[in-house]
Design a protein around this ligand. Structure first.
Ligand code: ATP
Length: 460
């Protein structure tokens, strides 16, 4: 049980109300564990993905980008071990028809008696566990026969492995170097749930870093540290992040070492994996070399040797980490002097979907004209929301819930003095700024990496 409260229900309704996340096909009753990102959600998730790409690809000269297709040759999944081994143990309850993952039954609840676990209620009739492959199958071409079976990829990593030599030769990178990509993955999860935490269609941000055997553990440690730093830069609280080391019995058959970066989602969910950092040895390249019959060795011309590199993988779910930023940001506060409290999303300004709300205090005396002109100028630099309807307090509150870090208000003095107030979402403090300086002041706040600065102050 976490020290942080369970905010999931509050978040699900806020996310719908403000347009972050909707249930897929809601008017038909919804699709199991598939979610759609609304206008604010798509901006937030894009900001998360862009930050990852910026850190992992653009700011490094030793990592290259890739966008491999979702559909791959079926032999890829035989070589990777997914056809034979990508399964979870499934348990059915004959009484209530619910399904559970046998290895996660301790976290599940009995649908008939939510205070009990499956199997604890007198009526439960659990079957023996049977293995269930998580890959979605479909058919390539018009004939639905076994020769035409293809899979929706359950991870993006294999697209990187099969392109290892293509990328290396095209870019003339030398080992050590990495390949990164962002893309959709699909898993027919038995027990999806907890909003977008575990879904059947999701996006991964994966990077495979190819190193000379023997240097792998050193690179593993470097990537572990770098990835934690990235999550802090997103604004996730330090005390909500931890490393979890896989014990020998948890390690995947190919892995030499594995650490998860866990985030504390609050309530009974508590600390859960948001990213995996794995030392995959040369397992994947070796498998693809054997199954394809093509040599995948790296030729080190300077040292006059050839070898299959080892791989350090960093694998993070774009949806899961976006959910973590929302959980981390949600606050419900009492406002001194007011009867109604306020709900806000204290998102890091750099990932907030809208950066500033622009509000004329009243609809007269030239205020809307001045406000619209300012909004149009700011929109060229960052996303801005213009709102002139209703009480100013209500307008602020709506933007607090949307996670908008700055509110710019044009009042009667503004038209006379050519200045505005900037209100800060988190402490509701206000400053007066000349209109010509607004873009610069907000731009400075957006550029400052508060969380990283805090983290390095704390000596992380
Ligand atoms: P879990 O044990 O939670 O099922 P996993 O160990 O199978 O996860 P990986 O295969 O290591 O996960 O995937 C890497 C990352 O992809 C995870 O850390 C998570 O952020 C994300 N991810 C995996 N499965 C899902 C899913 N069903 N829905 C959303 N994100 C997922």
């Amino acid at each position: 049980m976490s020290a942080y409260p369970d905010v999931m229900d509050t978040l699900v309704s806020l996310a719908k109300r403000r347009g972050f996340i909707f249930q897929s096909s809601e008017i038909y009753g919804g699709t199991g564990s598939v979610w759609d990102y609304g206008p604010l959600g798509v901006e937030l998730k894009n900001n998360v993905k862009t930050r990852w790409w910026q850190t992992m690809v653009r700011e490094r000269d030793d990592v290259e980008g890739l966008d491999a297709a979702i559909l791959m040759h079926p032999k890829v999944w035989e070589a990777s071990g997914h056809v034979s081994g990508f399964s979870d143990p499934l348990v059915d309850c004959k009484a209530c028809k619910a399904r559970f993952r046998a290895d996660k039954i301790g976290e599940a609840v009995c649908p008939r008696k939510p205070s009990k676990k499956p199997g604890e209620h007198g009526d439960c009739q659990l079957t023996e566990p049977r293995m269930f492959n998580l890959m979605f199958k479909t058919f390539m071409g018009p004939v639905e026969e076994s020769a035409a079976v293809v899979y929706l990829r359950p991870e993006t990593a294999q697209g990187i492995f099969v392109n290892f030599l293509n990328v290396q030769q095209a870019t003339r990178q030398k080992v050590p170097f990495g390949i990164a990509q962002i893309g959709k993955a699909f898993r027919n999860e038995i027990t999806p749930g907890n909003f977008t935490f575990r879904t059947r269609e999701f996006e991964q941000m994966e990077m495979q870093f190819f190193v000379e055997p023997g240097t792998d553990m050193e690179w593993f440690e470097r990537w572990k540290a770098a990835r934690l730093e990235w999550h802090l830069g997103l604004g996730l609280s330090r005390d909500r992040l931890e490393f979890h080391q896989h014990e020998p019995n948890e390690l995947a058959h190919y892995a030499r070492a594995a650490f998860d970066i866990n985030f504390d989602f609050g309530g009974t969910l508590g600390f859960q994996e948001i990213e995996g950092v794995h030392n995959r040895s040369d397992f994947d390249l070796k498998q693809h070399q054997e199954h394809s019959g093509k040599r995948l060795e790296y030729v080190d011309q300077a040292a006059n040797k050839r070898y299959l590199p080892y791989v350090i993988e960093t694998s993070v779910g774009a949806d899961r980490v976006t959910l973590a930023t929302l959980v981390n940001a949600l606050r419900e506060e009492v406002v001194p002097g007011e009867t109604e409290g306020r709900t806000l999303l204290a998102l890091h300004p750099a990932i907030a979907p809208i950066k500033a709300g622009v509000f004329p205090l009243t609809k007269k005396d030239g205020q809307p004209e001045m406000a619209e002109k300012l909004a149009a100028a700011l929109r060229k630099k960052f996303p801005v929301f213009y709102d002139e309807a209703g009480a100013i307090g209500r307008r602020y509150r709506r933007q607090d819930e949307a996670g908008t870090p700055f509110g710019i208000t044009i009042d009667p003095a503004s038209t006379a003095n050519d200045d505005v107030t900037i209100r800060f979402r988190d402490d509701m403090g206000q400053i007066r700024v000349s209109t010509s300086k607004v873009a610069q002041v907000i731009g400075d706040y957006l550029a400052a990496d508060h969380a990283t600065a805090e983290a390095s102050k704390a000596g992380v």
